[in-house]
Design a protein around this ligand. Structure first.
Ligand code: OMP
Length: 239
């Protein structure tokens, strides 16, 4: 993500079939201008082959499998992921520093010679987690901002290239964790109110102001009447 390049807006392709995927991609335009996120719904259905195909077409791919397991298993999983031609992938920061380091070394070991190593992003607290859930279900004594900062510092030390967090936390993360780290933010909504599963949300313009390195947008694009128009509008608003 060099400074002069447009910052990526990853479209979360959370669809259930190849047909829906093809329909959506046809509406998003030139693969070389399009950043996509493939998550568990599509990957569990279609597997790695579709990822390789899409990478060959030129899409900038974020493969979001949120690994969270013992270090040895994550190392071997990351090694496989690195062979698919993707640019970004995820682990849960709560898996700990040893697991994050294992993911990083697995990615390095599995990347074909001459190819760039995929960027490793550690999910801090999911954007669906509210202050109440953090306190009452995770029994975390820290406020959300501090918990995210603490996980981001740990992930950076362990070898991650960046974190996934809400745009609401990015300004403080720049101050406390540094500018030379990626802050990739889902929880993007076009208005301030939503009645869905997201909790810590912001608009693309706010994400830009607070310094997100990239944003992830699913339903506001995929469920729009004109996904291409909304995608183009969000890219402009964020860059
Ligand atoms: O890792 C992610 O991408 C992720 C982390 C997180 O904390 N919150 C979050 O929503 N996501 C993903 O970002 C996408 C958001 O989709 P929408 O809520 O439809 O915009 C989904 O694919 C989620 O899996």
């Amino acid at each position: 993500m060099e400074e002069k390049m447009a910052k990526p807006v990853f479209v979360a392709l959370d669809v259930a079939s190849k047909e829906e995927l093809d329909n959506l991609l046809a509406q998003l335009g030139d693969p070389k201008e399009t950043s996509i996120k493939i998550g568990m719904e599509l990957f569990y259905h279609l597997g790695g082959e579709i990822v390789v195909d899409l990478a060959k077409k030129g899409y900038n791919i974020f493969l979001d499998l949120k690994m969270h397991d013992i270090p040895n298993t994550v190392y071997n999983g990351a090694k496989q992921i690195a062979s698919l031609g993707i640019k970004y992938t995820t682990v849960h920061a709560l898996g700990g520093s040893e697991m994050i380091y294992a993911a990083k070394t697995g990615l390095v070991a599995g990347t074909p010679i001459g190819q760039p190593v995929p960027k490793l992003l550690a999910v801090t607290e999911l954007t669906s987690i509210s202050d109440e859930i953090l306190k009452n279900e995770q029994h975390c004594d820290l406020p959300m901002n501090e918990q995210v900062i603490s996980l981001a510092k740990m992930a950076k030390k362990a070898g991650a290239d960046g974190v996934i967090c809400s745009p609401l936390e990015v300004k403080t993360l720049h101050e406390k964790v540094g500018d030379n780290f990626l802050y990739v933010t889902p929880g993007i909504r076009l208005q301030q109110n939503t009645d869905d599963d997201q909790s810590r949300i912001a608009t693309p313009a706010q994400a830009k102001i607070w310094g997100s390195s990239a944003i992830v947008v699913g339903r506001p694009i995929t469920q729009a009447e004109d996904p291409q128009a909304v995608y183009d509008m969000i890219k402009k608003e964020f860059n």
